[in-house]
Design a protein around this ligand. Structure first.
Ligand code: SF4
Length: 68
């Protein structure tokens, strides 16, 4: 099992919680200032933290789902 992470560009409101708390995975895009995930698959050692940060996003923009 692995976790795939994406930022919904229609929901992200550039609050920046994800970028501040987990810069290994999230970063702002140049220009739009919306966040994007730098990785497709969450590194195993960051899975727990990534799930916690996803819950903190006030816009529910961070989508984390299990893939095979
Ligand atoms: S916490 Fe949510 S709204 Fe804020 S930058 Fe990250 S994805 Fe966007």
């Amino acid at each position: 099992m692995a976790l795939k992470v994406e930022v919904d560009q229609n929901k992200c409101a550039t609050v920046g919680i994800c970028v501040k708390e987990l810069p290994e995975i999230f970063g702002f895009q140049q220009g739009s200032k919306k966040a994007q995930s730098k990785v497709d698959i969450v590194p195993a050692h960051l899975e727990t933290k990534c799930l916690a940060v996803a819950k903190k996003c006030p816009n529910g923009a961070i989508q984390v789902r299990e893939i095979q």
